[in-house]
Design a protein around this ligand. Sequence first.
Ligand code: HEC
Length: 168
Amino acid sequence: MKTKTLWQTGAAIVAASGFGAFFAVAFAEEPAPQPPEEVQAAEVAKALADPSIIPAGQRSFVKCQACHMVGENVQRRAGPPLNGVVGRAAGTNEGFRYSPGMAKVTAENLVWTVETLDAYLKAPRDVVPGTTMGFAGIPKPEERKAIIAYLASFASDGTRVEAAKAVE
Ligand code: HEC
């Protein structure tokens, strides 16, 4: 019987580690679903098809730096850190308080593919209505492409991917 099993499991956890731990387990939030690793890897590979544009992306990233960090030892600024953002589900940087607009697209399973990122960087509000990213957008397609390549060159832990090491 499911109810009984759950109760027994709960009771066992309480017995083993006290009420605090039991409630922490019972009410822990579900982590947001991420696309399969192959999908993420495919988007990163697509973004890095031409790694020679990474340095140009790095130069353009000064436009983002007031609000975003990449690399090791990142902190939240006005915006979330962007390590590993390419191929990841939108609005899922742990601990960052996103806008209701971003929460809505997260619930709709928006993934930051090369295409959706390109559209967001061109006109943030067109892709995420109500986003609090106070940024007008990057009109030039080549510049967006370079920024996306630069972002893709950072793994989720902030280390650089192999393709980046070759050009820097
Ligand atoms: C004035 C501050 C500001 C600037 C400048 C800015 N952003 Fe943002 N960005 C934000 C905020 C705030 C959010 C969260 C938006 C929300 O919750 O709606 C965000 C969200 C994002 C996201 C989604 C992150 C996620 O976890 O899903 C990406 C990608 C992004 N920004 C990229 C960029 C890039 C690239 C640039 C530069 C070209 C840039 N931003 C410039 C403030 C900024």
